[in-house]
Design a protein around this ligand. Structure first.
Ligand code: 3EB
Length: 331
């Protein structure tokens, strides 16, 4: 059984065995295209860019060769870029900036989920959401993140995806521009959704955080015959539904505790995770001056290989949050 895992490089073409997608974080503007059987996405941000490549990895004895023998397919349909190999799908959209996001996000989200289902990859196990000016208000005086959450929530509802079936996700700001969303999905195997005992499920946040709650699970677990992959959602300094800590040190320590509480719960259900580690992490930090503290704190707490834990300067989806961390834990 195969899943997609990220590999990070500072140059886009230094890929290993052909990835399904290359995402470059850094550039003047956003964009999406599909070339040579691969999705290419650029997200606006500071240079030099960090490149993320989505590569098939085995959770069983099956080799990449057997998987690849099933052939690569890719295309760009109705603004959705996609590529598929064997049981794996990567799919993405980029929408240019709009004065209001709700409708455009709902339409694109429905197309994205519809495409995954239509190609036979109904099991979406992880999603990422990046939006420009995430903490700014739109013309109606609603924060753009909340406007985005409404469109996303309406799309999941329209596609009959229940609250307990939502994939793990990340929601983070971009230095400018519109909305970038991508997902990874499997043809046969669904992820097991986990919640965090120290946090209220995000899809049950009270209305003070927006007219529709954020649609995501705290983690999804893909269990193979020999290995288990846990996809940790973006995790920040939130207990229950409340942001905790004024300083970056306080928020860092609560974020580490929160990740450990999720991992503890996951290990009770998936004993193989007791012996695992994070094989990749993405660190998001609001203020450049906090980068070193966060990098050191996270690397001390989790021992993820440095070359597999890039740090991005980005706004977080609540104005008071100073950092957020996501990752893939392999056991
Ligand atoms: C939180 O826990 C922090 O909107 O997709 C984390 C992960 C957060 C995903 C999303 C938002 C999202 O609410 C923010």
């Amino acid at each position: 059984m195969m899943v997609l895992l990220p590999v990070y490089h500072s140059e886009p073409e230094r890929a290993g065995p052909s990835p399904l997608a290359t995402i470059c974080y850094g550039g003047a503007s956003g964009g999406l295209d599909v070339r040579n059987g691969r999705v290419h996405m650029t997200l606006p941000g500071p240079l030099p860019a960090t490149c993320e490549q989505w590569c098939p990895a085995s959770l069983s004895g099956e080799t990449r060769h057997e998987q690849a023998a099933r052939g690569r397919q890719a295309g760009l349909e109705q603004g959705i870029g996609w590529s598929a190999e064997g049981d794996l799908l990567f799919a993405a959209f980029w929408v240019e900036d709009q004065p209001e996001l709700c409708e455009a996000v709902q339409t694109s989200y429905e197309r994205l989920i519809g495409l995954a289902r239509g190609k036979g990859f109904g099991h979406i196990y992880r999603m990422w959401n990046y939006l420009g000016a995430i903490n700014q208000d739109n013309a109606r005086g609603e924060e753009r993140y909340r406007d985005f959450c409404s469109g996303r929530s309406q799309a999941f509802e329209a596609m009959s995806i229940g609250l307990g079936e939502l994939p793990a996700a990340t929601g983070i700001g971009l230095s400018s521009g519109g909305v970038a969303v991508f997902l990874i999905a499997h043809r046969h195997v669904g992820g097991v959704n986990l919640e965090n005992p120290s946090q209220l499920p995000a899809y049950h946040y009270p209305p003070r955080y927006g007219r529709r709650s954020p649609s995501f699970a705290r983690a999804t677990v893909m269990e193979g015959p020999d290995r288990t992959a846990l996809y940790l959602s973006g995790t920040a300094s939130i207990r229950g539904h409340e942001s905790v800590g004024m300083t970056v040190e306080e928020q860092l320590s609560v974020t580490i505790e929160t990740i450990n509480s999720l991992l503890d719960a996951a290990r009770k259900r998936f004993p193989r995770l007791e012996a695992g580690r994070f094989e990749s992490m993405k660190l998001y930090v609001r203020h450049p001056e906090d980068a070193a503290v966060v990098r050191e704190g996270i690397s001390r707490a989790f021992q993820c290989p440095l070359e597999q834990s890039p740090l991005f300067i980005a706004d977080i989806c609540r104005a008071e949050l100073l950092l957020e961390v996501e990752g893939v834990f392999l056991g």
